[in-house]
Design a protein around this ligand. Structure first.
Ligand code: HMG
Length: 740
């Protein structure tokens, strides 16, 4: 019988990646947990105009560059990142590659295992009709929730392999070991764009299934460990592959092998995976490509064992033998150049890519243009994805090309002087590395669609409906000023602030929208915790919409309008949140005058104790009523001035002492809930200092953000753990509101 197997093979990943050091820094995690603990250096991040179709088409274009595509009989596309419940993604690839219509195209799914199923089906088809050529594609975007345990094991990539008789690269052997079990280690319900995962359980099942499939494979093939020269494993994170290899060595009775020897053996196999992250169905075959491209030793006639695992779970162990002419047809140079020319993302760019969402309600969109190889997803129109060859004349009109705008605005932390600012006393505050971000794109001409991700809210409105909302909110605010209603009654929902900002912009500019708008906002600033999330959101919306209309405002205009809007949320705004978010940096602020200060360099942390039961407006009113005439405000001023000097001198003990004094004063004015006071007492017992940052709360247990100043992080982490709080390192940032 003819040999059947892989005749051509190539992979493609995104042009963009995030170094895990940047993610570690943003998440307050020791970078070696990722670099060493997971063995992962970078993760590929898809651009908004990139998906499984463009990734797979790019891989296939390279794999087929010397092949007559008219000979392809079938395309099998494995993915778990499907873009349609009905149409196979491979049909789009067929068009993009210019394949003839006389071809069969189908999509397969079983988590990361799908590509192995496709490979096995393809070899069976070719074995039956040896003149046929089958194109196997596998492409995925590995996506987990923001700031979750899985976040560091994201990635994306695609492989294309042409399966033929008498293959040039690898002959697949017929014996396989199989294992299926109904487990919930990882899954993605239809309504979610991110996977759900029981991380540690999934690794356990992965290793268990390896043992099971190996045993079955041995029974079927009669081969033992030493009959194989190399092993390739499904690679969710490289460290798990090292564990898998150790497991196999153990069952095969080959241990002990020093772990650094295992590390060396697996180096060429894991080389590309460390650079791209998980690519689910493509990952096992990227490890094969990595082995073939990066092993100096001649591999002809070497047998490779393959372990394919797909959560849920289905697993298979099989083998293949490298063919003598393999080197002549590898795409090694293409792969190396592709990886070497990639672009590193900043944390904010990663957030922006991650948060970008295509409309899910039938809305039209044009995706912003990025580097996506030879193919891109240009947009969606009438529920249909529009794919384009990159060197094809641009389909977007000039007007539409300009019609995407993005803006970022940072949150803030008050270092000292909250409440006192309302009595003419100084306040020290700084912008921090957490942002609200707004993206605006063209949309249905009649509508403004709000996609407010933090509130899990999506809805479309006509301008008339938005005007009615504005009238209602303004009326209520008047009643608030007249003392007839509380501030909570002004906005019925917090997201109405964004809607108000949009229609207010329109009225302020005395203009009308000549296109509909699709407005996405997302934020990494905790909402309602005294960190300026409302001000940052309003500013990012105003900036994005101004830029979208090719207009420009000066900072004074942004300040005045955003402050006016922010008052609807907070009652009477001191303007600090807006000022800091707009200008960035660290500022000493007194009676409306701002003096810039150098960014603090002492180690600052943030603890979110949860959204206070009382709003900022309610806490401010309480303080005004009960302490308005108190002499305490002078002491607040003294403490703020001490803190100001100590921060400039980078004098940690003096900063901590001022923080403790500040905390005592805040406790006196009754804005520190009892539970938070207990927590701060325990923090102080550890030699650290903490205070609320923001309005605090006059009722309930939660006080929003706490500022913690300490050099000893571990004991504070443990305390946070006991109280159920998270500890985050925060950094001051120089840059305020800006467009991306
Ligand atoms: P985790 O909680 O991020 O990490 O989970 P951890 O706490 O288990 O730590 C990982 C390693 O880092 C440990 O070493 C730590 O000691 C070490 P190990 O015990 O493994 O030897 N570590 C450090 N090392 C050096 N310096 C430090 C440091 N700190 C800690 N400072 C996990 C890791 C992979 C579970 C997580 O990333 C996750 O949930 N990922 C998503 C799920 C996944 O990838 N599962 C893998 C098996 S399932 C599968 O492969 C299928 C899948 O591809 C989907 C499909 O089939 O479609 C996911």
């Amino acid at each position: 019988m003819n040999k059947v197997g892989i005749h051509r093979l190539a992979f493609y990943t995104s042009h963009y990646y995030l170094d895990l050091a940047i993610l570690a820094n943003a998440r307050g995690i020791e970078v070696n947990k990722f670099y060493i603990g997971l063995g992962q250096s970078k993760m590929a991040v898809p651009a908004p105009d990139e998906d499984i179709v463009t990734l797979a088409a790019n891989a296939a274009k390279r794999a087929l560059n010397d092949i007559n595509v008219n000979e392809i009989d079938t395309i099998l596309f494995a993915t778990e990142s499907g873009i349609d419940q009905s149409k196979a993604a491979g049909v789009y690839v067929k068009s993009l590659l210019g394949l003839p219509n006389r071809v069969r195209v189908i999509e397969l799914k079983q988590a990361c295992y799908g590509a192995t199923a496709a490979l096995q089906f393809a070899t069976a088809m070719v074995a039956k009709q040896p003149h046929k050529k089958i194109l196997v594609l596998a492409a995925d975007v590995a996506r987990y929730g923001f700031n979750t345990g899985g976040e560091s094991s994201q990635g994306c990539g695609a492989i294309a392999m042409l399966i033929t008789a008498n293959p040039s690269i690898l002959a697949i052997e017929p014996e396989t070991g199989l294992y299926t079990d109904d487990v919930m280690d990882f899954w993605r319900p239809n309504y979610r764009s991110e996977a759900l995962v029981e991380g540690h359980y999934s690794t356990k099942i992965y290793l268990h299934a390896l043992e099971q499939t190996w045993q079955h494979y041995q029974e079927e093939s009669g081969r033992n460990f030493k009959d194989h020269d190399y092993f390739c494993y499904h690679t969710p994170v490289p460290r798990l592959v090292e564990k898998a290899h150790q497991t196999l060595l153990k069952i095969a009775g080959e241990l002990p092998v020093e772990s650094n020897k295992t590390h060396e053996q697996l180096k060429p196999i894991l080389y590309y995976g460390r650079e791209t992250g998980n690519s689910y169905s493509a990952a096992l075959y990227i490890s094969l490509i990595s082995l073939l491209d990066n092993t100096a030793e001649e591999l002809s006639h070497k047998r490779i064992g393959f372990y394919s695992y797909g959560s849920g779970c289905v697993a298979e162990f099989f083998s293949g033998v490298v063919q003598p002419e393999y080197r002549q047809v590898l795409a090694t140079e293409f792969h190396r150049q592709h990886l070497a020319s990639r672009q590193a993302l900043t944390y904010q760019e990663y957030e922006a890519f991650y948060s970008y969402q295509l409309p899910t309600n039938g809305g039209e969109c044009f995706t912003p243009k990025h580097e996506t190889g030879d193919f891109r997803l240009a947009g969606i129109k009438e529920h249909k994805r529009i794919y384009k060859l990159v060197n094809q004349p641009e389909i977007l009109s000039k007007e539409t090309k300009a019609a995407i705008s993005k803006a970022l605005s940072p949150g803030k932390l008050i270092l000292s002087g909250e409440h006192a600012v309302n009595f003419g006393k100084p306040v020290l505050a700084m912008a921090i590395d957490r942002y609200a971000q707004t993206t605006i794109a063209s949309h249905d001409p009649e509508q403004v669609t709000f996609n407010l991700l933090d509130f899990n809210y999506k809805n479309s409105f006509t301008i008339n409906t938005l005007r009615a909302l504005k009238r209602r909110v303004k009326e209520k605010y008047k009643e608030f000023l007249a003392g007839k209603v509380g501030i909570r009654e002004v906005l019925q929902q917090p997201f109405e602030l964004t809607q108000y900002a949009v229609v207010n912009w329109l009225d302020h500019m005395n203009t009308k929208f000549n296109r509909g708008l699709d407005i996405h906002t997302t934020s990494s600033i905790p909402v309602g915790c005294g960190m300026g999330s409302s001000a940052a959101s309003v500013l990012s919306v105003l900036k994005a919409i101004t830029r979208f209309h090719d207009m420009s405002w000066d900072r004074e205009q942004y300040y005045t309008i955003a402050k006016e809007i922010e008052q609807l949320q907070h009652g009477k705004s001191s303007g600090i949140d807006v000022y800091i978010s707009l200008h960035g940096g660290c500022v000493y602020f007194k009676e409306g005058q701002a003096e810039p200060r150098p960014l603090p360099t002492v180690p600052l942390f943030l603890v979110n104790t949860g959204t206070p039961a009382a709003t900022t407006g309610e806490s401010v009113s309480h303080v005004l009523e009960h302490f308005g005439q108190d002499s305490i405000w002078q002491t607040f001023e003294t403490v703020t001035n001490i803190m100001d000097k100590a921060l400039q001198a980078n004098d940690l003990p003096e900063v901590q002492s001022a923080i403790r004094d500040n905390h005592r004063l805040l406790t006196k004015i009754e804005v520190v809930p009892a539970k938070v006071q207990r927590f701060i007492t325990e923090i102080e017992a550890q030699g650290a200092a903490a205070k609320i940052s923001g309005a605090g709360a006059v009722t309930g247990d939660q006080a929003g953000a706490l500022l913690v100043v300490t050099e000893q992080v571990e004991p504070i982490k443990q305390l946070c753990h006991q109280y159920g709080y998270d500890l985050l390192e925060v950094k001051a940032v120089e840059r305020g509101l800006h467009a991306l």
